[in-house]
Write a protein that binds this ligand. Structure first.
Ligand code: FES
Length: 588
């Protein structure tokens, strides 16, 4: 990363620590009069502020067309006001984003993962080019959080993240029960297979039910409410020490979220005063915490990809095998959607993520000694937080877990020699054998499901390929097909892909197969009828085909024509690395 000249750590001006270590390059003396003229025009009120006040960039992933992001401009304004009250200059800007749920199952999803890189690029670019002394980022939807942290790690100036917060559960008036975004996606499968029905009113039309679910699944601002990717990443980042205690479980619309925005100004000042830098917080030790949190809460498989990318950006040696090691020792204790019954907003009511941390620190599973953006250790931050209520239904006791070990399994074998990531909550068993049915691209599988070509009476491994980082391009998230399968209650199938699954996906699913089909990985030469075995006990995924036969098939394989040769996705395809290394674009 580009090194910038700046004032040394501990520099003192007029008897006080100089916090404008970077911006002073532009604002001291008169070396850059045009820069100062522009800054006065942008809002610097007087010469004292020009010479002394540190500049804090406030990067929100704000845009209007997605509930996860729609409120982030307002949160940013609250942060800005609080930063200004601390005698600092605050500059709001925003990055781009896309909605994972809106793009799910359509071509728009190919753009989703690359937004993580664009968000990181945006934050690195603005912080660096504008000589900001510190950065507060306010993300909402899935890729936003890792994108912000990767931006922090690249510019490595004092930084703090405020998670936009979880959505509240929706409520179906017809079904008379809480619903959420996954209900809407799974209702599609039930609708197609004619099983969408109201148990209390069998005569209710399936169209009325679907409309009711669409209208009420998302009641307002906030990121998807289960332990899907956004909440997974927010909880992991809180365990890394880069956000305020409680940030990941405080709902988007609660007054407590506004209080957090006001409080972050003190934290960012502390980070500047104590020179607490992102790369000091992003260590192997803190990533261990992030993985522990992810396993205990049953987080999304995307967490593996994003934590690898965040660690890779910060220069921390984190590997797929670290996830397997942590998964073997951490019990899965959270009864949260998608596999469980409750939502992040419910967890908030009984203490939230800090109370879960308290449980894990007391059991010496989480390292309470790591430093945080508060200038205190993680354990000190949560000292006064309430303990989880005894006997609650949301977070089980450690001696009575849902599963004794974590739900993430790293599988390797002749189908995925470079690794793959499975989410096994135990409900679906630990081993699955079936005949392969191969689909190039998710839409082919969706078409087969829609046409009723996936039978109920045969064990099948549905393989979706050419959906990896390069092949997609963009490693699109697949929820539509898996949601249809869950909605239709097709329990005789497993899903395997070189793409990704949504955090809302569940069932027997294996994603992130490396090497991907587009670069000639063995997944490219699986044929319909090959027997595929997924064995989570021995961490294997194999097709029943000899090595010689795989080699022979690969000799005959020809890479299909590239889908795009111009534009942002073509650039992404040219730069992106494999999923086992986080699908990063700056790892050359
Ligand atoms: Fe944004 Fe689910 S679509 S978190």
């Amino acid at each position: 990363y580009l090194e910038f000249p700046c004032l040394p750590v501990g520099a003192v001006r007029d008897g006080k620590p100089a916090l404008n270590r970077f911006s002073s390059t532009l604002t001291k003396d008169h070396d850059y009069p045009a820069a100062q003229a522009m800054l006065y025009a942008a809002g610097v009120p007087d010469e004292r502020s020009m010479k002394k006040a540190p500049h804090v960039g406030i990067a929100s992933v704000w845009w209007e067309g997605n509930p996860c992001n729609t409120h982030l401009l307002e949160l940013g304004k609250t942060v800005k006001d609080a930063v200004m009250k601390q005698d600092m200059l605050a500059w709001q800007y925003n990055t781009i984003g896309v909605s994972d749920a809106i793009t799910m199952g359509n071509e728009g999803m190919r753009f989703s993962l690359q937004t993580r890189e664009i968000i990181a690029d945006s934050i690195e670019t603005t912080t660096s080019a504008q000589y900001h002394d510190a950065c507060v980022a306010i993300p909402g939807c899935d890729k936003n959080m890792p994108g912000c942290i990767m931006g922090f790690a690249r510019h490595n100036r004092p930084s703090c993240m405020v998670y936009g917060g979880t959505i509240m559960p929706g409520y179906s008036n017809l079904l008379r029960k809480p619903i959420n975004i996954a209900t809407a996606l799974e209702a599609h499968g039930a609708y197609l297979f004619d099983t969408l029905a109201n148990p209390d009113n069998p005569s209710q039309s399936k169209d009325d039910l679907l409309v009711d679910i669409e209208r009420h699944a998302c009641p307002g601002a906030g990121a998807c409410g289960g332990m899907y990717t956004a909440n997974t990443m927010a909880a992991a980042i809180e365990a890394l020490g880069l956000s305020l205690p409680g940030s990941s479980s405080t709902p988007a619309t609660s007054p407590a979220k506004m209080r957090e925005c006001a409080k972050v100004a003190e934290a960012i000042r502390t980070c500047m005063e104590q020179n607490i830098l992102p790369r000091d917080l992003l260590t192997k030790r803190s990533f261990e915490n992030a993985m522990v949190m992810m396993m205990a809460l049953g987080g999304s498989t995307n967490g593996v990809l994003h934590l690898l990318a965040m660690a890779g950006t910060a220069g921390v040696a984190l590997t797929l095998d670290d996830f397997q090691r942590v998964s073997r020792k951490i019990p899965f204790i959270a009864n949260l959607a998608p596999s469980g019954k409750y939502y992040m907003a419910d967890l908030y009511e009984i203490g939230g993520v800090p109370s879960v941390m308290k449980l894990l620190v007391a059991a010496e599973l989480l390292d309470g000694g790591i430093p945080t953006v508060m200038g205190k250790t993680l354990a000190e931050n949560i000292e006064t937080w309430p303990s989880l209520p005894q006997g609650n239904e949301i977070i089980r006791n450690l001696d009575n877990p849902i599963k004794k070990t974590g739900h993430i399994e790293i599988l390797r074998g002749n189908l995925a020699p470079g690794g793959s990531v499975a989410k096994i909550t135990g409900k679906e068993g630990l081993r699955f054998t079936g005949e392969a049915r191969v689909f190039d691209k998710e839409h082919q599988l969706s078409a087969a499901l829609n046409a009723g070509r996936i039978p109920r009476n045969q064990n099948l491994v549905l393989i979706v390929r050419y959906e990896g980082p390069k092949g997609g391009p963009g490693m699109p998230e697949q929820l539509k097909a898996s949601a249809v399968i869950m909605g239709a209650k097709l329990t005789n199938v497993a899903l395997v892909t070189d793409g990704r699954y949504s955090g809302a996906s569940h069932g027997f699913i294996v994603g992130h197969v490396v090497p991907e089909a587009a670069v000639g990985g063995p997944i490219a030469v699986v044929k319909d009828g090959d027997v595929v075995t997924i064995d989570a006990e021995n961490n294997r995924i194999d097709m029943g085909v000899s090595d010689e036969e795989v080699e022979e098939r690969l000799k005959q394989w020809k890479r299909p024509k590239r889908m795009v040769t111009r534009g942002t996705l073509a650039k992404y395809e040219a730069l992106v690395g494999d999923a086992s290394h986080g699908a990063m674009t700056d790892l050359f």
